[in-house]
Design a protein around this ligand. Structure first.
Ligand SMILES: [Zn+2]
Length: 409
């Protein structure tokens, strides 16, 4: 389960063997380890993301306009309320004015009547009526005064609401215009991205594309990077076999847990594992040391080897070890002179390593390097490669007289 398709004729099968050396050399060319379908899917995923972003943005504009329009409606209602209050006050004032006029009319009528009264009681009654009407007038006048005081506040309310409405109307017009422009731009981009996406889809295997789109629909993304043995999207650890399949970059593998299509980017893994800042500086081997260790990526039919060259008594010796097992390959070769002159073809293009052990130890190890020596050489090799990758030092060696018969490429 997990493997959708095996690409038998993948051009990537011709990549160099995935040794550490090859990995370092290919650091910048990480695509070497990626299937073309995966690269296309990554581009497709970017296109899908951009399309979704544009769609969201286009959908967002009317919502923004609606929010301002709602605020605008609120301000309009406030203005109408303030204007209605002014009208109500004016009507009330007219009513009070009318009442006052009526009361004044009554008073003048009572005064006229008081001239004709015959009895004291009648006079008192009229006087009482007049006093009552006067009180009523005073009460109406108080109310008018109150309205006049309120009128200032009402005016201010109306003016503020009018100003707010004006500002909001201008703002909404601006916003609408921007929304119109952005929508037009976004729609143009969207059309371009959709065309690009269609093109990209055509470049991906049909089954894989269907799988990618089904997972994308449910999970928002259909492809996930693998790092530290984990699917970075769902964070579930991969089984070792699945992990190796993804790393090999020769077949399409999906995450058992989230079904996303998995890919591996060696550059990310290396950067993660070895943060540049925390690495100590590497010692550099002495040029005139009596013993020198070298690494070669290809050595005759043996593949990767360590060479141990020594000087002593006017003669040079050469030992060749397989780097993974530490086994001695062939016999110890002795030549006249200094090892630089004696074995120039071995030195040329090789990586010089730190390493100095006693001659007795070398003899004592016999046909196999101890693990501790292998580890020491390996870690110095790693350091040398990092240096080479960062371009700071550790250029491949050149011999004094170079005639490389089987120098590594
Ligand atoms: Zn997953």
């Amino acid at each position: 389960m997990g493997v959708i398709r095996t690409v038998a004729q993948s051009p990537f099968l011709h990549c160099p063997r995935r040794t550490d050396a090859a990995r370092m050399l290919k650091l910048k060319q990480t695509k070497c380890l990626m299937l073309p379908d995966i690269e296309n899917l990554l581009r497709l995923q970017d296109a899908d993301k951009e399309i979704r972003r544009l769609q969201d943005e286009i959908a967002e504009f009317p919502k923004r306009v609606a929010v301002i329009e709602q605020k605008l409606a609120g301000t309009k209602a406030q203005l109408e309320k303030a204007q209605a209050a002014i009208k109500a006050d004016e009507a009330a004032r007219r009513k009070y004015d009318t009442s006052i006029n009526d009361l004044r009319g009554k008073i003048s009528k009572y005064r006229d009547q008081s001239l004709d009264v015959k009895t004291n009681e009648q006079y008192k009654a009229l006087l009482h009526e007049i006093q009552f009407a006067e009180k009523e007038i005073a009460a109406n006048e108080d109310k008018i005064l109150e309205l006049m005081v309120n009128a200032d506040t009402r005016d201010k309310e109306v003016k503020a609401a009018q100003a707010e409405l004006k500002a909001e109307t201008a703002e909404i017009e601006k916003e609408k215009e921007q929304a119109r422009q952005r929508t037009a731009e976004d729609e143009k981009l969207l059309a371009e991205w959709r065309a690009k996406r269609d093109q990209m889809r055509a470049g991906v295997d049909e089954d894989l594309l269907r799988h990618y789109e089904r997972v994308s629909k449910f999970r928002g993304s259909g492809i996930s990077e693998v790092r530290d043995h984990k699917c970075m999207a769902c964070q579930v650890m991969l089984r070792p076999q699945t992990y190796n399949e993804v790393r090999s970059g020769q077949q399409t593998v999906v995450c058992d847990s989230c079904q996303r299509i998995l890919y591996f980017n060696p550059a990310d893994e290396l950067v993660d594992q070895k943060p540049e800042a925390h690495r100590p500086l590497r010692h550099h081997p002495k040029i005139d040391a009596p013993q020198a260790w070298y690494y070669r990526a290809e050595y005759a039919d043996a593949g990767e080897v360590y060479l141990c060259l020594t000087n002593g008594g006017g003669r040079a010796s050469r030992r060749v070890y397989e780097i993974h097992t530490g086994r001695l390959i062939g016999d110890i070769l002795i030549r006249e002179g200094d090892f630089r002159q004696a074995f120039p073809e071995d030195i040329t293009g090789a990586i010089r390593l730190n390493g100095l052990w006693k001659e007795d130890d070398l003899d004592g190890w016999g046909t196999e390097l101890p693990m501790v020596v292998l580890d020491s050489l390996q870690s110095d090799l790693d350091a040398a490669r990092r240096e080479a990758a960062s371009g700071s030092h550790a250029k491949p060696e050149t011999a004094t007289r170079a005639a490389p018969e089987h120098a590594a490429s």
